[in-house]
Design a protein around this ligand. Structure first.
Ligand code: BEZ
Length: 212
């Protein structure tokens, strides 16, 4: 079954560096970011896991739990964490799932055989508190992910869930946003966007970020 934006994130039970995890139960009422790694003891993955650990407070501020998965087993992950903490100057305090049976990789379609038969690609799944997949990104093994972008996507998802806006190209916290085209009622626009808006075109209406 292919996963889409809006699909329920597949549940699973798997060992991790922090013990057995039942995924949905572990997520609880938090947002989740599940990100995959091709293999343990590889250079790009080492930097990515360290970067995610160093952004721990940023994820927590946004009510996001991070969890990594790599197709190696938990004892291998435990040995690797020592290297990650040493070289990336971090404390790795989120779980890494063991996936030697490739259960999680299979459920989330993380192995792309045309790229590699056995190693997972670099997937990121953004999961909301209702366990829905809200965004996905996929990179090849050779390209490390941008964790500032991962935080930016969460900021956009959380903002656009609570206001009738969308975020334009390269948007970041504090930048102007666009009013969703479906919102046409003048009274509602005035009530929702008391700072006003600029209409560059009837469908392209920019307004200051409403929750700032
Ligand atoms: C890495 O994490 O550095 C890596 C993993 C698999 C293939 C290429 C690079």
């Amino acid at each position: 079954m292919s996963l889409h934006i809006g699909s329920i994130a597949p549940d699973f039970e798997q060992d991790s560096t922090q013990g057995r995890i039942r995924f949905h139960e572990w997520l609880g009422s938090s947002w989740g970011v599940l990100f995959s790694h091709p293999k343990d003891f590889t250079p790009v993955c080492t930097t990515e896991l360290g970067r995610a650990a160093n952004l721990n407070e940023e994820f927590a501020k946004r009510n996001v739990k991070t969890i990594a998965v790599s197709v190696d087993d938990v004892p291998s992950h435990q040995r690797w964490i020592g290297d990650i903490e040493e070289t990336q100057n971090c404390k790795l305090d989120y779980p890494i799932l063991g996936d030697p049976d490739k259960k999680v990789a299979g459920l989330y379609d993380m192995i792309h055989p045309e790229a590699n038969d056995t190693l997972s690609v670099r997937s990121v799944f953004f999961i909301d508190p209702n366990k829905k997949i809200r965004a996905m990104i996929t990179y090849p093994a050779s390209t490390g992910r941008n964790f500032a972008e991962i935080l930016r996507v969460i900021d956009s998802l959380q903002l656009t869930d609570s206001h009738k806006v969308a975020t334009p190209a390269d948007w970041k916290q504090g930048d102007d946003v666009v009013i969703v085209p479906a919102l046409q009622d003048a009274a509602e626009i005035e009530q929702r966007f008391p700072k006003g808006y600029r209409a560059l075109k009837p469908y392209l209406r920019l307004t200051p970020q409403p929750n700032r």
